[in-house]
Design a binder for this molecule. Structure first.
Ligand code: CDP
Ligand code: MG
Length: 664
């Protein structure tokens, strides 16, 4: 093992790291692969109304193209929007670009993500989530504020990007017919099925950005791994023992819990390494990580040590990390898959596609040659599907169908999708919205007045309905709190080694009526101590998530006030609250069987109460759940005790159809 300092010169790349001079930023911009192509890009983009830009991750597409367009005067007639599938990418890129342009974030350059709008009237370059642009389209289908819309990370094929494709094509045609300024569309991606995209966008030209590729050594596992987490840990230490310091490692894992568990194991093992071993810095990276901690991965690794980044697929294309020499690919990803009938998406660990595996591999050869360790066999690789299935073909569409109806799209089955979802899934979504009384089927499907109101809220239709129904039960105060707390990462902080302590400390908040009421109790206690930090610490409450929830609550409350909803409280009786929740979530319910197990009311699927629930030790006859998660078995998370009468009242026809009119 050599103690050599790393040879490579590393750049700062953390967005709001201070101390970077304007000159150094300018130089960094000039060294990006995209820089030499900027003249050609500007020229080509000026000529056409739609273009497709392909370039390897890190070549500078997301940060530079909007700036080039801005510099060449294309923002004169409207803003430049650049969409991102992930909020963290929208925020960090906007920070970076504001810094490169030497302007304050929120002025010329801003971002807009759900519940967080950092723009001002002078904003010219606006990074935003694809979901936000879709919401804006509901209010303004021509997207008249924008001169250019860039749909970034198009290969991810998120449901929102896919719908935007059609919405924007439509806006483009309508603006062409009218006298409005033309709308330019740019689709950007790392790798993708270029022909498919180009054909869809009326044979739009494809512009390639030459990347800097370095050879990558590909290593496969000799036999299938039964425990990829263990295999990943072994591989990290093998690299750490054999390779010189400074050669950083990026490990692809599936989610926060897994990352935190591996983080702990790696740190524990690293403590016992011989003293001549280089220091090992382990950094987690997932979307819900506090922004301050996310920035750690961008900081240069101190000489003589090695950085190990444990990341979700967020590091596949959304963010660029310098200095990665080794990639460890577990071959797994957590992705949504639709449960036909239950109306819910299930988050499940699954195999990646070949194109995802290649993306991961490519993260190792950015600045120099690299190695990719695939923790699966070559045969297993060959069996992977070629491309990831677009989200629109594997997710519940009720939210999207509601939005499309709000956009005034008359026949969703005939909407110009790039890849059509199945007719069955569209019909299912319409049925669900019908059950929620959001649509009515006359000669055609149309929104009811309730449905129109539901589309205003940036929430799943089930939750929007709960908010709108609160008027009937005089409990909007309580419902706003519960919905906000359900919209953020869990406010319960339960470290692995202090599980018992956490449960004991939070026992006073628990309720025999379930988690929703427990969340309400936590919120009330938090307000009573005015968000005291020590209180959060002692009660194992995640203060950051709590603050986010308060922020969301504030915004939802304003939306309710604007919609003329009375903000009332129902007092100490929780049944009004639970009835109100049932009115929107009646489809997500389960009943206790004689054997002591639960089955869902819709598909008779067996489910269990999640260990994090305050009802874990209890067996109420009927429960309503906010979501299903699948790990070793199918768990219901965030559970509320309900009376079957309420469910029947909420949707008589639905339960009649299933149970022959008997109110069980
Ligand atoms: O979009 P693409 O993957 O082509 O590249 P990009 O996101 O525009 O990133 C170009 C370069 O900007 C990266 O290689 C990083 O060095 C830098 N960057 C950064 O330092 N901080 C960010 N938040 C984003 C990019
Ligand atoms: Mg990018």
């Amino acid at each position: 093992m050599s103690g050599e300092p790393p040879k490579k010169k590393r750049r700062y790349s953390g967005s709001n790291m201070t101390g970077e001079s304007a000159e150094s930023l300018r130089q960094q911009r000039c060294h990006l692969p995209i820089y030499s192509a900027r003249g050609r890009l500007n020229l080509e983009i000026r000529k056409t109304s739609s273009a497709i830009i392909i370039g390897e991750t890190g070549s500078g597409k997301t940060t530079q193209i909007p700036q080039y367009l801005y510099e060449s005067g294309m923002a004169r007639e409207g803003m430049i929007a650049c969409t991102q599938p992930r909020r963290v990418a929208a925020i960090t890129v906007a920070q970076r670009v504001a810094m490169e342009m030497g302007v304050e974030l929120g002025k010329q350059v801003g971002y807009c993500v759900r519940f967080d709008d950092m723009t001002s009237p002078g904003t010219k370059i606006k990074y935003m989530t694809d979901g936000m642009l879709l919401r804006e389209a509901i209010l303004d289908p021509l997207l008249s504020k924008y001169a250019v819309v860039i749909l970034d990370e198009a290969h991810e094929r998120t449901i929102h990007t896919d719908v935007l494709f059609g919405v924007i094509k439509d806006a483009q045609q309508k603006r062409k017919k009218g006298k409005a300024c033309p709308l330019k569309v740019i689709v950007m991606s790392a790798t993708m099925d270029v022909d498919h995209f180009s054909t869809y966008f009326n044979n739009a030209p494809v512009l390639y950005i030459e990347g800097r590729e370095h050879p990558i050594e590909l290593l496969y596992s000799s036999m299938p791994q039964s425990d990829y987490l263990f295999a990943a840990i072994v591989t990290v230490f093998q690299i750490h023992q054999d390779e010189p310091p400074g050669h950083d490692i990026l490990v692809f894992l599936t989610g926060q819990e897994e990352i935190e568990a591996m983080l702990k194991s790696v740190k524990d093992i690293a403590k016992d390494l011989p003293s001549d071993c280089p220091q090992l810095l382990v950094c987690p990276m997932y979307a819900a990580l506090p922004p301050g901690q996310q920035l750690k991965i961008f900081q240069p690794t101190p000489a003589g040590s090695r950085k190990v980044i444990l990341a979700t697929n967020i590091a596949e294309t959304s963010i660029t990390i310098q200095g990665i020499k080794h990639v460890i690919d577990t071959g797994k990803v957590k992705a949504k898959s639709y449960q036909p009938g239950s109306g819910l998406d299930l988050l499940k660990v699954q195999w990646v596609s070949k194109s995802q595996a290649w993306q991961r591999t490519g993260r190792s050869g950015r600045e120099d040659s690299g190695t990719c360790w695939r923790l699966y066999t070559e045969n297993q690789f060959q069996e992977l599907r070629e491309n990831t299935i677009p989200e629109i073909q594997r997710c519940n569409l009720s939210s999207v169908v509601l939005q499309l109806l709000a956009l005034g799209i008359p026949n969703i089955l005939r909407f110009d999708f790039m890849d059509k979802p199945s007719a069955e899934s569209i019909i299912n979504a319409v049925d669900q919205l019908n059950l929620l009384a959001a649509v009515e089927k006359k000669d055609k499907v149309q929104l009811t007045s309730l449905g129109k109101k539901m589309a205003i809220f940036p929430l799943e239709p089930r939750l929007s309905k709960v908010i709108l129904m609160a008027k009937e039960y005089n409990c909007l105060e309580e419902i706003l709190t519960i919905v906000s707390l359900l919209s953020v990462e869990s406010v319960l902080f339960t470290p692995h080694n202090k599980r018992e302590d956490a449960h004991a400390a939070r026992k006073k908040f628990t309720s025999s009526d379930g988690d929703h009421i427990m969340l309400l109790n936590i919120y009330r206690a938090y307000k009573a101590v005015k968000g005291n930090k020590q209180w959060c610490f002692e009660n194992f409450i995640n203060m950051r998530h709590m603050r986010n929830a308060l922020d969301i609550r504030h915004q939802l409350r304003e939306m309710c006030v604007r919609a003329g909803l009375p903000i009332q409280s129902c007092g100490p009786d929780t049944s009004a609250i639970r009835k109100c929740i049932s009115s929107g979530q009646f489809m997500n319910t389960a009943e206790l069987q004689r054997e002591g197990e639960y089955v869902t009311l819709d598909r008779r699927q067996s489910v269990s109460i999640h260990p994090s629930s305050c009802l874990f030790q209890c067996k109420p006859a009927y429960v309503l759940y906010n979501e299903l998660v699948y790990t070793t078995k199918c768990y219901m998370r965030n559970i509320c005790v309900v009376d079957p009468e309420w469910l029947y009242e909420a949707a008589p026809t639905y339960f009649k159809r299933r149970y022959g009119g008997k109110n069980r």
